[in-house]
Design a protein around this ligand. Structure first.
Ligand SMILES: *[C@@H]1O[C@H](CO)[C@@H](O)[C@H](O)[C@H]1NC(C)=O
Ligand SMILES: *[C@@H]1O[C@H](CO)[C@@H](O)[C@H](O)[C@H]1NC(C)=O
Ligand SMILES: *[C@@H]1O[C@H](CO)[C@@H](O)[C@H](O)[C@H]1NC(C)=O
Ligand SMILES: *[C@@H]1O[C@H](CO)[C@@H](O)[C@H](O)[C@H]1NC(C)=O
Ligand SMILES: *[C@@H]1O[C@H](CO)[C@@H](O)[C@H](O)[C@H]1NC(C)=O
Ligand SMILES: *[C@@H]1O[C@H](CO)[C@@H](O)[C@H](O)[C@H]1NC(C)=O
Ligand SMILES: *[C@@H]1O[C@H](CO)[C@@H](O)[C@H](O)[C@H]1NC(C)=O
Ligand SMILES: *[C@@H]1O[C@H](CO)[C@@H](O)[C@H](O)[C@H]1NC(C)=O
Ligand SMILES: *[C@@H]1O[C@H](CO)[C@@H](O)[C@H](O)[C@H]1NC(C)=O
Ligand SMILES: *[C@@H]1O[C@H](CO)[C@@H](O)[C@H](O)[C@H]1NC(C)=O
Ligand SMILES: *[C@@H]1O[C@H](CO)[C@@H](O)[C@H](O)[C@H]1NC(C)=O
Length: 796
């Protein structure tokens, strides 16, 4: 984890270094103010003349990074940034009744001043207004096959209007129709079929083919719409494709006839069941004049149907964009693929599948309307000046035609940015205007752009053949532009005359015999220093090439601890940036890291290079001198002095006591002197405890002694040990006795129990039936003496 973090830091640091080096190298290569400033916004120009700068110790590149020049040429540098200000910023709003227009894009006008190659970002807000006016013009193929669709539409008109009015209250409908050019081979040339091209089976009204007829201008009158659709007669032609594009072109461009409103979302619904003719097809009928994209309507009928060719898809697409019209192709399934391809070529076109009898037309329109209205596509007007690029961020999503398109619902706000970049001077620095707008809507943002190409120093009249340039060049912004045949910083060199010996002397530093310090070439009395150095981005410079960027003290192999700490000046010393000091600028002058509890280094040291240097004899250690491992010793060392000086007791003799060179202060309660170390001891003579604190002040130890002792009786250490030891012994004995007693008691009880058990035992006495006496008594029938028998008996 840590390693990863360090690695990332290292990489970022390297990238930063590379970036800095690159911009230094690039800036240094520019020799005029305007080319310097247009290279990158990192470069700045120093207007001071060369002589002036060469007396300075820093580099004398006129074009350098802003950071470098802020050190070497702080009072005469030119650098500026692109900026913009808002000219008009009406707040986003809905239309109020129909007196004012809705504001959907803010701001409405800005002025941008651009530095070349320095882009400027302008934040933009877009909000879909509620009840935004919608003009929907229904353009219907009225060839005979569409008869049933026409019937259906005339019935669905009111439903369509209701549905659309639920989306926006400000809704208008119009109606027009088309068939095809009334010229062979698009229609049958036979006279009877020309007049009535419908199939013979159909007996209703049928008129001859026509290019485009406008039936009803945009209006809120739905009854009128239904009536017009109902009344429109059908017609017919031979070939499958129809002349729809003719009609679309007229419907777009004839604003007055159709009645398009300026500030409305304009929609054409193109409904057909067949393909379309496009530019070139007219040749079949011998019509070769191309479509001119103009309005040619008389008595609501297209007059140039047989004079001009069909428009091309490109023309239609361009006109739709120009007039901000969206188109919905409502086509039957068989034509879906064809019109799908067409929508891919036209901005703001969508396609929907129409049922055979148009019964789904209402849903198709409302769905596609939502699709169109929820997508916001930012466009840039055609008058975008050459050399400007405009980018929108976020891009939302890039659609097929690389247009930034975002989705937002009604009432929702979209925040994005437009970034404008000038790659060259535009219109000689005077203002030009272009606009950005949202496709399909009327909202525009006007952007006035001005490129600031001239450096302010070039406004001072240029001095042609100025004496500053040896009368051979133009002096401007601190540098000479030499006339042809001359060169050198002051145009003092002449290409015709070769280098002369005396001029070589001018390349030697006074008191030195090396030409250009051995690091450059002497050209016309001036040193041209080597550019190749060991490390990239480091330069050799100075009148005698005696200065360089790399001879200064280094830290971690970085000159002056790196460019963000300081830069190397000509005298081989580092010039440190703010907050840095030291030979190699590695020392921070900030003391934050030394601060603890608002004191620097706990008052026990000084802050050097962001680290605490603790006073040596204070005994304090640690990053903020907060630790004092040896401080207890001080207590012991000062104890006797305190006893003899303050309490007139202790073991010191009077002579020794006089040697106590501390400063004593008497205080009430040493334990409340929290900032200093506390010492406490027992006075062995009166068994009382005394307290004092110590600290150093001006290298002297200050002892602040509490005036009274704490005289609760204190046991001596020896006595305490004896008491503790004897109590441990007593306790041990006591435990032993208890254990012995318990054991005896227990034994007794066990023995008694045993005895009792034994008492209880009863012994059964019987004769063993198997037992036979070893003697058998027989009566000797002959024996009469009883005594002998009895004696025998008793022997058993
Ligand atoms: C703009 O910058 C690019 C690279 O950053 C550079 O190549 C180009 O020359 C610059 N344009 C001008 C006019 O200096
Ligand atoms: C440079 O400018 C200083 C004053 O800023 C002036 O005294 C000196 O003559 C100028 N040198 C040249 C060569 O123009
Ligand atoms: C340039 O350096 C010298 C010493 O090397 C010093 O006396 C002088 O003030 C410096 N000049 C500037 C403009 O820093
Ligand atoms: C425009 O005005 C709106 C408030 O009406 C404000 O929030 C917005 O920041 C303004 N935009 C600019 C670019 O000033
Ligand atoms: C807008 O019209 C409504 C009625 O339709 C009315 O009450 C309201 O005052 C009008 N607002 C303005 C600003 O005219
Ligand atoms: C809108 O303006 C027209 C005339 O331009 C007017 O006939 C209509 O009544 C107005 N509608 C509202 C809602 O104010
Ligand atoms: C709508 O059109 C019908 C038929 O054309 C007409 O009778 C009616 O007056 C119109 N309504 C309005 C409000 O214009
Ligand atoms: C519509 O725009 C045209 C020119 O773009 C202008 O002449 C006309 O007055 C505008 N109409 C309305 C009602 O704003
Ligand atoms: C640009 O403007 C300057 C004066 O501002 C003028 O001298 C120069 O001729 C102009 N250049 C062009 C191409 O118009
Ligand atoms: C163009 O830049 C210069 C600085 O070189 C500045 O003084 C001037 O005001 C800028 N012009 C504009 C129109 O911002
Ligand atoms: C700051 O002082 C408080 C009491 O004054 C102490 O508790 C704390 O430890 C001290 N902090 C440091 C870092 O010394």
């Amino acid at each position: 984890m840590l390693i990863k973090f360090l690695l990332i830091n290292l990489i970022l640091f390297l990238l930063f270094i590379i970036h800095v080096i690159n911009s230094i190298e690039q800036c240094n290569s520019k020799e005029t103010c305007s080319s310097c400033l247009s290279l990158s916004n990192q470069c700045a120009w120093c207007t001071q003349n060369s002589t002036d700068i060469s007396t300075r110790n820093g580099s004398f590149f006129h074009c350098d990074t802003i950071d470098n020049l802020q050190i070497t040429c702080p009072d005469h540098l030119i650098s500026f940034k692109s900026y913009h200000y808002v000219l008009q910023n009406d707040s986003l709003s809905n239309a109020i009744n129909n007196t004012s227009q809705a504001v959907q894009l803010s701001p409405q006008a800005v002025h941008v001043v651009l530095r070349i190659n320095d882009s400027e970002k302008i934040p933009i807000r877009f909000r879909q207004a509620e009840d935004y006016p919608v003009d929907l013009y229904f353009l219907m193929d009225l060839s005979h096959s569409m008869l049933d669709d026409k019937e259906k539409l005339s019935h669905l008109g009111r439903i369509l209007a209701t549905k659309m009015q639920s989306i926006t209250k400000n809704f208008r409908l119009g109606f027009g129709s088309f068939v095809d050019k009334n010229v062979p081979p698009f229609v049958q040339p036979a006279p009877n079929t020309v007049e009535r091209p419908c199939p013979t089976s159909y007996s209703g009204p049928c008129v001859k083919a026509y290019g485009y007829k406008h039936h009803m201008s945009l209006s809120e009158n739905v009854t009128e719409f239904e009536y017009q659709v109902q009344e429109a007669p059908v017609s017919g032609n031979i070939d499958a494709p129809e002349g729809g594009l003719d009609a679309v072109m007229q419907a777009i461009v004839c604003d007055d006839v159709i009645g398009w409103r300026n500030d409305s979302r304009k929609l054409i619904v193109f409904s057909t069941d067949a393909g379309f003719h496009y530019a070139g097809d007219g040749r079949l009928a011998g019509i070769i004049e191309p479509n001119d994209g103009e309005c040619h309507m008389t008595n609501n009928e297209y007059t140039h149907s047989d004079k001009q060719d069909y428009p091309s898809i490109g023309q239609i697409s361009a006109k739709l964009s120009e007039k901000n019209v969206n188109i919905i192709f409502a086509v039957t399934q068989s034509q879906l693929a064809l019109y799908q391809t067409l929508t891919e070529l036209i901005d703001g076109a969508v396609v929907g599948e129409l049922k055979q009898d148009s019964s789904n037309i209402v849903n198709l329109i409302s769905q596609n309307y939502k699709k169109i209205s929820s997508s916001v596509m930012m466009m840039v007007s055609n008058d975008l000046p050459d050399g400007l690029t405009v980018k929108f961020t976020p891009d939302c999503q890039e659609n097929k035609r690389d247009k930034p398109e975002c989705t937002v619902s009604v009432g929702g706000v979209l925040n994005f940015e437009v970034e404008i970049l000038a790659t060259k001077c535009i219109n000689n620095g005077s203002a030009t205007t272009f606009s950005i707008y949202t496709h399909g809507l009327n909202d525009k943002m006007r952007i006035t752009v001005q490129t600031n190409c001239s450096c302010s120093c070039s406004k001072v009249p240029r001095q042609i053949n100025s004496p500053k340039c040896s009368n051979h060049g133009t002096y401007e912004c601190g540098v000479c532009t030499c006339a042809k045949g001359f060169y050198g910083r002051e145009c003092e060199c002449d290409t015709a005359s070769p280098t002369v010996e005396s001029k070589i002397e001018r390349c030697k530093k006074p008191g030195s015999s090396d030409v250009c310090s051995g690091r450059g070439q002497c050209v016309c009395g001036r040193c041209k220093c080597e550019t190749a150095t060991i490390e990239p981005g480091q330069r050799i410079y100075g009148d005698y090439c005696e200065c360089d960027d790399f001879s200064c003290p280094r830290k971690n192999d970085l000159v002056c601890s790196g460019p963000d700490h300081g830069i190397c000046s000509c005298d081989k010393r580092c010039k440190c940036r703010e907050d840095w000091t030291g030979d190699d600028c590695s020392c921070t002058t900030k003391t934050d890291s030394c601060l603890v509890n608002n004191t620097i280094c706990n008052n026990q040291g000084v802050c050097e290079c962001g680290r605490c240097k603790c006073n040596k004899d204070s005994g304090y250690l640690g990053p903020t001198c907060e630790d004092c491992p040896t401080c207890e010793h001080r207590c012991a060392a000062t104890k006797d002095c305190v006893l003899c000086k303050i309490f007139q007791s202790g073991s010191l003799s009077k002579e020794q006591c006089d040697r106590c060179q501390y400063r004593f202060e008497i205080i009430d309660d040493a334990r409340k002197d929290l900032n200093h170390r506390l010492c406490q001891f027992d006075d062995e003579q009166d068994q009382c405890r005394f307290f004092y604190t110590y600290h150093t002040e001006n290298d002297q130890l200050v002892l602040r002694v509490q005036k009274t002792k704490n005289c609760r009786r204190i046991l001596s250490v020896r006595l305490t040990i004896i008491i503790i030891v004897s109590s441990i012994l007593a306790f041990g004995l006591f435990c032993l006795m208890i254990w012995r007693m318990l054991a005896t008691l227990h034994d007794r009880r066990e023995f008694a129990k045993f005895e009792q058990e034994r008492e209880k035992a009863k012994w059964e006495t019987d004769v063993n039936p198997l037992y036979r006496q070893a003697t058998v008594k027989y009566q000797n029938p002959t024996y009469r003496g009883y005594k002998v028998a009895a004696a025998l008996d008793s022997n058993h």
